[in-house]
Design a protein around this ligand. Sequence first.
Ligand SMILES: *[C@@H]1O[C@H](CO)[C@@H](O)[C@H](O)[C@H]1NC(C)=O
Ligand SMILES: *[C@@H]1O[C@H](CO)[C@@H](O)[C@H](O)[C@H]1NC(C)=O
Ligand SMILES: *[C@@H]1O[C@H](CO)[C@@H](O)[C@H](O)[C@H]1NC(C)=O
Ligand SMILES: *[C@@H]1O[C@H](CO)[C@@H](O)[C@H](O)[C@H]1NC(C)=O
Ligand SMILES: *[C@@H]1O[C@H](CO)[C@@H](O)[C@H](O)[C@H]1NC(C)=O
Ligand SMILES: *[C@@H]1O[C@H](CO)[C@@H](O)[C@H](O)[C@H]1NC(C)=O
Ligand SMILES: *[C@@H]1O[C@H](CO)[C@@H](O)[C@H](O)[C@H]1NC(C)=O
Ligand SMILES: *[C@@H]1O[C@H](CO)[C@@H](O)[C@H](O)[C@H]1NC(C)=O
Ligand SMILES: *[C@@H]1O[C@H](CO)[C@@H](O)[C@H](O)[C@H]1NC(C)=O
Ligand SMILES: *[C@@H]1O[C@H](CO)[C@@H](O)[C@H](O)[C@H]1NC(C)=O
Ligand SMILES: CC(=O)N[C@H]1CO[C@H](CO)[C@@H](O)[C@@H]1O
Ligand SMILES: CC(=O)N[C@H]1CO[C@H](CO)[C@@H](O)[C@@H]1O
Length: 856
Amino acid sequence: MAPSPARLLLLVAALAAATATGSVVNTPFPAGYPSPWGSGASEGWEDAYAQAREFVGKLTLVEKVNLTTGTGWEADVCVGMTGSVPRLGFRGFCLQDGPLGIRYTDHNSAFPAGVNVAATFSRDLMRRRGQAMGEEFRGKGIDVQLGPVAGPLGRVPQGGRNWEGFSPDPYLTGVAMAETIQGIQSRGVIACAKHYILNEQEHYRGNVNVKIDDRTMHELYLWPFADAVRAGVGSVMCSYNKVNGEFACENEWSNNYLLKNELNFQGFVMSDWGAQKTTLGSALGGLDMAMPGDGTGPPYFSFWGGALTEAVLAGKVPEWRLDDMVVRIMAAHFKVHTGNYTSRPDINFSAWTKQATGPLHPSSNHTFTVVNEFVDVQADHANLIREIGAKSIVLLKNENKALPLNKPKSIAVIGDDAQDIPGGPNACPERGCVNGTLAMGYGSGTAEFPYLISPATALRLQASSDRTAFTNTPSNWDLDAARAAASKASVAIVFAMATSGENFVVIDGNAGDRNNLTLWNGGDDLIKAVASVNPNTIVVLHTVGPVIIDYAQEHPNITAIIWAGLPGQESGNALVDVLYGKINPQGRSPFTWGKSVADYGAQLMFKAPNPAVPEQTFDEGVFIDYRYFDKAAVEPTYWFGFGLSYTTFEYAGLKIAVSNASSSSSASGLTAPAPTYGTVNTSAAANLFPAGFQKIFPYVYPWLNDSSANVATGTGPNISSFPAAARNGSAQPVLPAGGGAGGNPGLYDVLYTISATIKNTGEVAGTEIPQLYVQLGGEENPFGVLRGFDEIALAPGEAKTVTFELTRRDVSNWNSTSGNWEISTREKFVFIGSSATMIRLNSTLPAPAGMTWAGA
Ligand SMILES: *[C@@H]1O[C@H](CO)[C@@H](O)[C@H](O)[C@H]1NC(C)=O
Ligand SMILES: *[C@@H]1O[C@H](CO)[C@@H](O)[C@H](O)[C@H]1NC(C)=O
Ligand SMILES: *[C@@H]1O[C@H](CO)[C@@H](O)[C@H](O)[C@H]1NC(C)=O
Ligand SMILES: *[C@@H]1O[C@H](CO)[C@@H](O)[C@H](O)[C@H]1NC(C)=O
Ligand SMILES: *[C@@H]1O[C@H](CO)[C@@H](O)[C@H](O)[C@H]1NC(C)=O
Ligand SMILES: *[C@@H]1O[C@H](CO)[C@@H](O)[C@H](O)[C@H]1NC(C)=O
Ligand SMILES: *[C@@H]1O[C@H](CO)[C@@H](O)[C@H](O)[C@H]1NC(C)=O
Ligand SMILES: *[C@@H]1O[C@H](CO)[C@@H](O)[C@H](O)[C@H]1NC(C)=O
Ligand SMILES: *[C@@H]1O[C@H](CO)[C@@H](O)[C@H](O)[C@H]1NC(C)=O
Ligand SMILES: *[C@@H]1O[C@H](CO)[C@@H](O)[C@H](O)[C@H]1NC(C)=O
Ligand SMILES: CC(=O)N[C@H]1CO[C@H](CO)[C@@H](O)[C@@H]1O
Ligand SMILES: CC(=O)N[C@H]1CO[C@H](CO)[C@@H](O)[C@@H]1O
């Protein structure tokens, strides 16, 4: 739709008054040494730290190292497992994918993907999905769920793993991160915020050097991780790529300076699988746990394990740094094991076999026993999955009251994407093929389906109870059959899909990232063929993100378009709930639908100019997705935040109250010096393999290879290439923007309370998703950025007040010169909309107490 004249007015006013252009300033790579030691002085961490310190104080050097290092790829039954402390009866940590359910197990649920729960705009559903997933992971004995995902954020729409995360909008993703994390961790399982950071595409992810300026980092990519830290996340996974010249898992700026210092993260950083590159670089650069632990040659076959023990004994890695790693790991453990969850269930599955018996140590083919107990952890989660599936459906078009359906005479279901999958829903490993309906993407972010209700199955059932004549035409390629079926039906429902995933799986030449933004398997031609003969054509899309669909928006015979995303195991039932009006759609698009890939500005790098040293500069700054479309005045097919309902809503009575928050205070002062726990016994006998120990190859151990060994410096840079500060354990200054979980506590002071009244003016009950956007002023800021949303359920005729709270962070920009968030003196606007551009109510924002606006 065209921008409303009113919207242009706001925009023009802002631009006319804009003074200096805000060109992106690149700041020098700030110093990030030493790696900050956890203080425990953060809400929710105090008790956990007390317990962790007591525990770590009892450990020997090799026991400490054991908890930091994975035992190797497929060395144990989980996708990642650390060493244990048998002396104290403490088993190693079991880490398992992924963000939408348990990967590689049975009797578990396949939840809707992150992109779907984002589309609900429902904090409640985000939270409940996290809780349900946490219960399932716990039921299998898993300690760490490897999710949720805020990286990729979604810089480019083709990004293969975008669907594992939530939305290219950092505010929506931040809320979803926080709710998911608190849900998971409330059930005694450590969540893992990943992939930190700037892992925005699959091509070249293993070595691309991403260059980014400080402001973009803070306002866009770091933002949701700040919310994750504030929510108390126990672990963060560093990513494969480089950030401003250094690998993310060795990067003292992103790990030490930003995450552990500025955001005051108290948990542990683990590497993505194989993302650790060196012994000393990772230890001094803020890594706390190496996964899967192996990855280099003899004698240790690990950058850590025995190599880390050596490095500590040689003084290359300070004892306090090792102690900090282990305290952080154990604190995350104690933090989630409270209340009803103090016990720690045993592991009762193997990721590596579907049989009951198998090796406990698959990489060594060692210790055969019962490894799978087929524990059913699904409980009643199918109900929640169906609810999220339905409430994440975005109704993009609905002409002539085509929907909801009411006992139509006949329906024709058309397309492969509506069908049951031949060979079952898990026929292809990692969901790495497309046969039948799409309900999740592919790669490590998948789970095994317990079952999958296809749209054709659910629609057939509904049709039979309505006595609706039903036909089902699966082929995408037989357009004559599609037209024949469609022309005879009172409603033609045509299905199409587009998937993406992780780069170790390639489908139809798509190496993780999508090669294009069109539908797969001839989906566009199928839709056009059906619409050419049936004036009541309903299009249903199962896609990982936006597809080019402007022809369908304009087509007079296409009366409805539905985006159902990746709904998980209850796909068909959830769809029927919405098609037939049992649930009034509330989903809103969590991304913008361009008319071509070029419309998005920032582009995926398929071919690096220099493939040996791939490099990318994120010079579009904060302008991705809707922020870019607005700036470039490119009209998309559908905007971020857009979605229709079967009823209509009226907005009125915008009120803004300025709170009496104290003026922001920068954090200051010094930390305590780095603590150490217990003593290190430097005798060879204390650190060598115990006499008679039966090694299994290629298992990773913490013991020294032999007493004269000195290989730690052989696996990366020598200690002389690090500044002395890297090993400095004396008290350190607190950063001005730091001092609390997620940054300075003053950032989260509420400065404004904004309210409005929403009324249901239609004839059926429905849920509106009012969205609050803020215009911070000046060309360097987008037209509006999302800073609030809510779900308001309303009976016909009912009205309710919606209230939003705007924090200091919400109205601030990052000043890379001062290294802090600041409220600029530019005049600011707020609007409440039903999408990023459908403004229903607007106002200027009064200046906070003690400030005046100096112009727009
Ligand atoms: C902003 O609100 C005023 C009424 O307060 C209205 O006249 C104007 O059209 C609105 N502008 C937009 C862009 O909606
Ligand atoms: C380290 O962990 C491994 C695997 O759990 C275990 O076999 C070994 O005994 C542990 N070493 C120490 C020193 O506890
Ligand atoms: C130390 O490593 C070397 C090289 O891999 C190996 O030959 C030797 O057996 C190892 N010594 C011990 C005690 O494991
Ligand atoms: C947790 O324990 C409390 C009692 O301590 C009980 O009331 C509550 O129902 C339990 N919650 C769960 C989810 O089991
Ligand atoms: C693994 O061990 C089992 C039991 O000892 C044996 O039957 C099997 O052949 C071994 N597999 C491999 C690949 O060595
Ligand atoms: C886009 O990619 C999909 C999947 O590989 C393919 O089916 C489709 O034909 C491609 N579209 C175009 C226009 O090439
Ligand atoms: C719409 O459908 C009718 C058949 O009912 C067909 O005659 C017409 O050509 C179609 N319109 C378009 C634009 O395809
Ligand atoms: C705000 O704070 C000032 C001074 O601290 C006080 O006089 C005033 O009553 C407060 N206003 C509100 C609305 O709380
Ligand atoms: C250090 O370890 C050795 C070998 O295990 C042991 O004999 C010795 O008593 C230990 N020293 C201390 C101070 O604990
Ligand atoms: C950023 O901070 C510097 C140093 O404090 C200050 O001089 C400058 O005015 C600030 N920039 C903006 C845009 O506020
Ligand atoms: C080996 C083991 O501990 N198995 C456990 C798996 O989980 C079930 C259900 O929690 C337990 O009953 C088993 O003992
Ligand atoms: C039965 C069927 O359609 N099988 C297909 C499943 O997907 C793979 C990969 O996309 C195809 O090669 C098969 O033909």
